[in-house]
Design a protein around this ligand. Sequence first.
Ligand SMILES: [Zn+2]
Length: 380
Amino acid sequence: MTASKVLAGARVVLPTGIVHDGRVVVEGARIAERTYENTEIIDVTGHWLVPGFVDIHSHGGGGASFSGTVDEALTALRTHRTHGTTTLVASTVTDDLDVLARQAGLLSELAEQGDIAGIHFEGPFISPCRKGAHSEKLLRHPDPAEVRKLIDAARGRAKMVTLATELPGGVDSVRLLAEHGVIAAIGHTDATYEQTVQAIDAGATVATHLFNAMPQLGHRAPGPVAALLEDERVTVELIDDGTHLHPASLQLAFHHAGAERVAFITDAMDAAGIGDGRYMLGPLEVEVSEGVARLVEGSSIAGSTLTLDRAFQRAVTVDGLPVQDVVAAISVNPAKLLGVYDRVGSLEPGKDADLVLLDEQFALKGVMRRGEWVVHPQLR
Ligand SMILES: [Zn+2]
């Protein structure tokens, strides 16, 4: 006997459209086609049911980071789960190669257990001109041999490497990553338009937080933004926290790339899900005030305190994006990018029962991961 549940009466967002008064059947850990005996009917009338969120860029949360111990990584992971992220790629920040290799070994075990979906290395192969909250003295040129060392340390669990592809060794490193099935992401870059096109042609497929930590769009120097937005092979990451991007810039990205090429990320640091205070981002100290994280030294924005439930709500209620487009950017596209869309990213039978329940104001009311409630909905 398996515990089956039917969530009934909600507006269910499917890849094919929104089903009013829809239902989702959960059989064990999976979404099922039909119901059996012993079914628990849960009335979720007046709510939205959307797929669990997929975050491909997150450094931490809940006061802990993915650059620390296993326990700290699990704290960060659980924090994001309670905010609807059921699939997460753990991001590191620039550090010594040996430190990163050790961290990759630790995170690869979490990936093997199915806790995280893989590892994203943000730095050290980035531009000192666009270093953001990365330690300048630890930055390096993207030497393919060193890139190789990092992905080997991740034991098949490296999913993405963010690099400034205009640096010496950049394009060769992109080729190496593409050959190994690791996403090459262009970011923290000072590249020109032409250099960006060259990197995309070499196999780069993601823009790390488009607009942030790269030259801005200019009429004679369109820079990386134009190249990344126009090329259909590229998915652009956006941080929709109201701080990193003006709503009009977000709209511009959606209009130009189309909803199928946008991925919402948190780029969250330790303070996500907690609040203001002093934190560490890798080796650097960060002050969080009114939800905005800045380096203590230099005051550069240092990641976000965003969780994807807030990004979802903001995208619909502030940015005015259609719900279907938000679901594409927050679940469907990142799942496809990671190559896990056969298991997660939509509410289709056979997939993992990863789902988020939202009320009419798009506030999070429940989270289910693999058939188990992470956040149990309190329904009247
Ligand atoms: Zn980041």
